[in-house]
Design a protein around this ligand. Structure first.
Ligand code: NAI
Length: 712
């Protein structure tokens, strides 16, 4: 007999409590087995006429219910529509019983309450929430290409109002306990240790007032909203969603339709429409791709980065050398997580500028939309700005982010290593220079690695932890744990030019320039990349990165891979004309100010015109294939060279590092949906362009054997 996940107890004789606590799991999820247990408990409790109330809570402090069991979802991806609709109806009818009991039902929510967990809570008559920072309520199904399927789209608009439900369900973002109370989703908010008492108090109130019975009646009918209001809400939300999703994510619009249609029906009919709608989305390519992305993230959270059981060292203080764009961003990331940080720079004015950036960033309050003095007072004591290396001596980890120049970096390491504690870790934020090269001359190369952040640090979740030939497991484990401590998603990669992400980005950027030289228009190339799903086109990206930086990175890659990196005069010509990208207000585009959108610039055409080759007709497919297939080819080389430990790191790295479209599931996930044989076919028309467009040994072998990148 397996251990039970739900325990029944009585807080007082007439108030039952069901505590959900999946044995051996960190979080509660609603698997079929758990739903069956809930059903069995309700079978017994529903018959009792002596009860005043039922409280549903979690036995795991800080996590209520994380949602449905997504592994069961994956197993059902190919199921026929009627089975999916039946699955939805079964779950919903079970939860619905919580709104039909002879007594009041109350969900006591401490910690995450998401997806199916939020739907269970919504079917209860009342909800109380803890004020813990871990408590959040949300229906994030759209992020998986779905919408709530256990009655959430019928229940939430009836409790919180249609407009609020549209925002929560189509946006998929969680809300705080306070917001939930304002919207009428939470009836009370209390400290975690007072939550059970708050739930009991609600039971006693309802026992007297019987208000829950009136609400049950009200919430089973249509929503009180005028036709005009409904039409207006539908039209504005639809416009907004289409603008946000660009037709690439169908779930939010489908959710809106179900919400709007269900508004004028009974809750029962709305639930039936919901199940039918879910059956359409479930198992779609976007749903399957987004489930893959979910599992990439989940795997990453559990990954220690190493194959041994070496333990990360505790990190209490860090040091950052170089207070430029990256150094200040990195320092801010630590300070925000309350880790004391020394930040050093050789130039006093650069240090002053960088430190100001750190303080501005950590003091920003998104509600005030500006600097929050209280935050400044809290965080400022954690920042130690210095021009002296001596102040870094107390750090457990020091990250170097000075200019991209191997000899300058080596000088810094030579100076600093002797001053550090013997067990301190030294790391570099270099974006291209091999770790092995930088480790030469170090006394403790085993305590050296790359910790490569992406720009802007505040926004980009990826960190590449780069293992040099001598880096120890303990060092890697510490770097991985530290990155996670500040909320980043680290992947461990082996040393090599461009490491993982920049190496895969280069063929794409390189090909964009080649397409331009072959006569494609900048706007057409940009549009093709965006239609594929990239957050910005390659030329906008060039301008954001800076053309000087891009040339340097290109040279490193050309030196390493001359057979497939084409050298052209495009970037040098633009740089020579003073066009360094967005920072100089001109590059491939011109800019009115540093953060404005790029505009077409006739001066650019004049400069580039003489470089263009004979124009060839290029279709949209040519543009897409030439931009993205070389990335797949480079990924096969990266896998063959064991730069990554798993194909999943390639996909996570590109999604989190450059915004590769999540709805495609990841580069190699996407490649698998095409199949290696088809990719080989797609490459054929471009064979004459050389190695960069010719299938690799690995791809040919996969095409021959029907192999996939993702093996079960
Ligand atoms: P930056 O030019 O903004 O900042 C470099 C800072 O280092 C300057 O403030 C400079 O005064 C200081 N510095 C130079 N020599 C020094 C020395 N000997 N001792 C102490 N400080 C010194 O450069 P950025 O963009 O922040 O890049 C820093 C590192 O991060 C480079 O290795 C770069 O490749 C890497 N990186 C850059 C990214 C980007 O998008 N900018 C992205 C990821 C990595």
């Amino acid at each position: 007999m397996p251990e039970s996940a739900i325990r029944l107890s009585f807080v007082e004789n007439d108030v039952a409590v069901l505590s959900i606590d999946l044995p051996g799991k960190g979080a509660n999820v609603l698997s079929t087995a758990v739903l069956e247990e809930l059903s069995a408990h309700l079978d017994v409790l529903e018959k009792r006429t002596d009860l005043a109330g039922l409280v549903i809570r979690s036995g795991k402090p800080g996590t209520f219910l994380a949602g449905a069991d997504l592994r069961e979802f994956v197993a059902s991806l190919g199921a026929p529509k009627d089975r999916i609709a039946a699955m939805c109806q079964r779950g919903r009818k079970l939860f619905q019983r919580l709104s039909q009991t002879p007594f009041v039902t109350v969900a006591a929510i401490d910690g995450v309450c998401l997806g199916g967990g939020a739907e269970l809570a919504l079917w209860c008559d009342r909800r109380v929430m803890s004020d813990s920072h871990k408590t959040q309520f949300g229906l994030p199904e759209v992020k998986l290409g779905l919408f709530p399927g256990w009655g959430g789209t019928a229940r939430l608009p009836r409790i919180a109002g249609l407009g609020n439900a549209v925002e929560i369900i189509t946006g998929g973002e969680s809300i705080t306990p306070d917001a939930a109370r304002t919207l009428g989703i939470a009836d009370d908010v209390a400290a975690p240790e007072k939550l059970d008492a708050a739930a009991l108090a609600v039971v006693r109130d309802e026992q007297k007032s019987r208000q829950f019975l009136a609400d049950r009646q009200r919430w089973s009918g249509p929503i009180a909203i005028s036709e005009t209001e409904l039409a207006f809400l539908g039209a504005t939300a639809s416009g907004y969603i289409q603008q946000q999703t660009k037709g690439q994510y169908p779930a939010p619009l489908a959710a809106l339709n179900v919400l709007v249609e269900g508004a004028t029906q009974t809750a029962e009919a709305a639930c039936e429409a919901e199940a039918a709608g879910m059956a359409e989305l479930f198992g779609s390519p976007v749903n399957a791709a987004l489930l893959n992305v979910f599992f990439l993230g989940d795997r990453n959270k559990k990954d220690t980065g190493i194959a041994t059981d070496a333990q990360p060292r505790p990190v209490k203080r860090v040091g950052v050398i170089g207070a430029g764009i990256m150094g200040s961003g990195i320092a801010a990331a630590f300070v925000r997580r309350e880790i004391p940080t020394a930040i050093a720079d050789a130039a006093p004015e650069a240090l002053a500028r960088g430190t100001k950036l750190v303080l501005e960033e950590v003091s920003y309050n998104k509600h005030l939309k500006g600097v929050d003095v209280e935050r400044t007072l809290k965080f400022a004591p954690l920042v130690n700005a210095t021009t002296s290396d001596d102040e870094l001596a107390a750090a457990d980890v020091v990250i170097e982010a000075v200019v991209e120049n191997a000899s300058v970096k080596r000088q810094v390491f030579g100076r600093i290593e002797a001053k550090l504690k013997s067990d301190a870790i030294l790391a570099t934020n270099t974006s291209t220079i091999p770790i092995a090269k930088l480790a030469e001359g170090l006394k403790r190369p085993e305590q050296f690695c790359g910790i490569h952040f992406f720009n802007p640090v505040r926004k980009m979740p990826l960190v590449e932890v780069i293992r040099g030939p001598k880096t120890s497991d303990e060092t890697v484990a510490t770097a991985v744990a530290l990155a996670k401590q500040i909320g980043k998603s680290p992947i461990v990669v082996n040393d090599g030019p461009g490491f993982l992400v920049n190496r895969l980005l280069l063929p794409y950027m390189n090909e964009a320039v080649e397409l331009l030289l072959d006569g494609a228009k900048v706007e057409h190339i940009e549009r093709a990349a965006k239609a594929f799903g990239m957050p910005m086109g390659p030329f906008t990206l060039f301008d954001v990165v800076g053309l000087d930086t891009a040339v340097n990175a290109g040279l490193v890659m050309h030196e390493a891979f001359p057979d497939r990196t084409v050298v052209s005069a495009v970037l040098p010509t633009l740089i020579k004309a003073g066009r360094h990208g967005q920072k100089s207000l001109s590059g491939f585009f011109r800019y009115k100010h540093h953060s404005s959108k790029g505009e077409h610039d006739p001066e650019f055409d004049r400069l580039i015109g003489p470089l263009l080759r004979e124009t060839k007709p290029l279709s949209r497919d040519d543009l897409t294939n030439r931009l993205f297939l070389p990335m797949v080819l480079e990924a096969t080389r990266v896998l063959e060279e064991h730069i990554v430990r798993d194909v999943r790191d390639v996909d996570l790295g590109l999604i989190y590092g450059i915004g590769f479209p999540p709805f495609k599931g990841g580069l190699l996930y996407w490649a698998d949906t095409l199949g290696a044989a088809k990719i080989v076919e797609m490459l054929k028309p471009y064979e004459a362009l050389g190695t960069r467009m010719q299938p690799t040994t690995m791809l040919l072998e996969m095409a021959r054997t029907g192999g996939k990148f993702y093996r079960p």
